[in-house]
Design a protein around this ligand. Sequence first.
Ligand SMILES: [Mg+2]
Length: 378
Amino acid sequence: MKITDVEAIPLRLPYVDGDRCDGTQDALIIRVHTDEGLVGLGEVDSSPTVAKAIIDAPPSHSLARGLRDILLGQDPFDVQMLWRKMVEGTIYFGRAGAALQAISGVDIALWDIVGQATGQPIHKFLGGSYRDRVRVYASAIMPETVKEVHEQVNYLADEGYTAIKLGWGPLGRVSENLDIELVRAARAAAGSNDLMIDIGLVWDAAQATRMARRFEEFNLFWLEEPLPPDDLAGYAKLADSVDIRIAAGEQETTYQGFIDLIEKGHVDVVQPDLARAGGLTPAVRLAQYAYDHNILCVPHAFSTGILVAASLHYVASMPHGRLAEFTVSESPIARDLLAEPFQLETDGTVRVPQTPGLGIKVNEEVLRRYAQVPVKEC
Ligand SMILES: [Mg+2]
């Protein structure tokens, strides 16, 4: 089998609020086409315009090539070799950041082709079927007021979620007392369900340690990204001095970045985003590393159903796969892109696809409605 094209399709809502920390306002969908008619589906979580350029760029020389140029004519079954070729072919402008994010979407699409061609769901290639359902946590932006927090958390618990995360919004940005009141309200409404809080990169180690101690009475499942992503010394100080799990990693794009978060930052939970951190190929290695070191690995996912599908296969294949993120964004890009959107089961889990590849189909009408470029017929 040979790769005949790599299509990068940016999706965008008619209005995008650049001040809002909400990654569901746009997306970059990847389709890898083959000479046997199979089409692999993937997704990149980045600036779609930036990542698309990394795929479409003509070659400058052997270390500065667009991903399409690297992949044309190659056999998609060489997925791990192609991952290496993509990393080496983008060394000039890559090695991390947007290049790794762009590679992520292609890597997911290549695994989708391997699965479709062999008739097997992707998790069979990643480590096996440890589970056919994955417990998910509802992920939402922290509302501005105590009243709205009650409404939001009550709504999510009524929907059947057994774990709920609220993040960003006013947290860490108005006052410590407001943070405490919002988290207190979330805990009261969440009852016995698990609760996670995502601060959003704004504190230093001293403030984070002080606030984590004040949060201890709320029995959080984890406290996420209280510090900027490169403050590894701060993460280590924090993680070593409080009794709350510290989670981080969604900003990381390299395997070594995650190892540093664990070894130097002492985090308790790593959160690779499969559409940012190089795709499934390096994420499987990371999950094995995390398992060997008894560190939770819970994939970050705040985009379309394509990323949800990849995350479900990933957690299904992990010996210690406890949870996956499940955005409750109302954006039609997040909610409506799949022909059959994932449904929450009554026990707070989502079924892992068992059909070949990713096991999902895109709603072509929704794809075309938000696409910023012409889309190939599939
Ligand atoms: Mg987060």
